[in-house]
Design a protein around this ligand. Structure first.
Ligand SMILES: [Zn+2]
Length: 319
């Protein structure tokens, strides 16, 4: 009980420091107390306001939305390093492309299509309830602060550490998706993730429903009897396109339209429509979170998990 109260007190103190005060760190070197002020960053919050915080505070706010707290400690550690590396990667990109920043007054925003989804502890409590939020916060906080300063690099440059929820037999290469080769974002042979609760998703759609859906989204398509329908398959068993007759749709867009979880797509024709299945969850780029948890359960450390998914990268302490 005492420990719990102490924890809660520290938690309150810590959270109250989040938005506005620079963090002063004291450490002792050669019997002298050295005081450093940790660098602060501006985060554009979901409500449109901005907040100043340390890098780890930002990483923690992203961690709160990204991985189940029940995942193994080493998987959470790997996730924290991914988020921190990606944050540093964004900061470095902004320096090169200053004029193009979608939010010139903030280092990070909370939009997952731009930076990463960020959530405050208060927002988490409102969403998950106090007890769940506390448990989640506790697990994530440990992962962030025990890996503090650690990032992944490739040839001395900060790696673009992407991640996704789950992959089938192989992850996907960056080059297959964006036509640019990134040496550490290649496809890797993955661990068996078939135990994942959302591993497969099946959608049934009638010919009429498909026609309506595609037409209302700007595709020139009308169903004709005897049409061939299939999803293309690349070397990683992922689809770039799906075809219904002569109508071609990118797999990612099609997945979004019919509510599939990934671009590993299989199409089967029935008497009155199509059954469409997806395997895995998310883009397939970089680290699979569910796979990271399996590797952790097999006894792998977070360093090994990161090397498994990000080829030839190094884990370094940021200066
Ligand atoms: Zn952004």
């Amino acid at each position: 009980m005492k420990n719990y109260l102490l924890y809660f007190f520290i938690l309150l103190l810590w959270t109250s420091l989040i938005p506005f005060t620079p963090v002063v760190i004291n450490h002792i070197e050669n019997n002298e107390v050295i005081t450093e002020t940790e660098e602060m960053y501006t985060v554009l919050l979901p409500n449109g306001e901005t907040a100043e915080m340390t890098l780890d505070e930002y990483v923690l706010g992203v961690m709160l939305t990204e991985m189940p707290a029940s995942y193994e400690k080493q998987a959470l550690f790997a996730q924290a390093v991914c988020i921190r590396s990606y944050a540093v990667y964004i900061l470095e990109q902004a320096k090169h492309e200053n004029n193009d920043s979608p939010h010139p007054d903030a280092d990070f925003c909370s939009n997952p299509d731009c930076c990463r989804r960020y959530i405050t502890y208060d927002a988490l409590k409102a969403l998950a309830g106090d007890d769940n939020a506390t448990e989640r916060y506790n697990a994530m906080k440990d992962a962030v602060y025990e890996t503090s300063g650690e990032i992944l690099t490739y040839n001395g440059k900060t790696a673009m550490t992407l991640y996704h929820i789950s992959s089938p037999a192989r992850t996907e290469s960056y080059e297959n998706v964006f036509n640019i080769a990134v040496p550490y974002l290649t496809a890797v042979n993955n661990v068996d993730e078939s135990g994942f609760i959302y591993y497969e998703k099946e959608v049934k759609i009638t010919f009429e429903e498909l026609e309506k859906l595609l037409m209302s989204n700007g595709y020139d398509y009308s169903y004709s009897e005897g049409e061939q329908a299939f999803a293309t398959l690349n070397e990683n068993k992922r689809s770039n396109y799906v075809m219904f007759g002569s109508t071609e749709i990118t797999a990612a867009r099609f997945a979004e339209l019919v509510g599939l979880n990934s671009n590993c797509i299989e199409i089967t024709k029935n008497s009155d429509g199509y059954t469409i299945c997806s395997t895995g969850f998310g883009s397939g780029l970089g680290m699979s979170q569910y796979g990271a948890n399996i590797l952790a359960l097999q006894g792998k450390t977070y360093k090994e998990i990161l090397s498994f998914y990000f080829t030839d990268t190094q884990l370094v302490k940021r200066k």
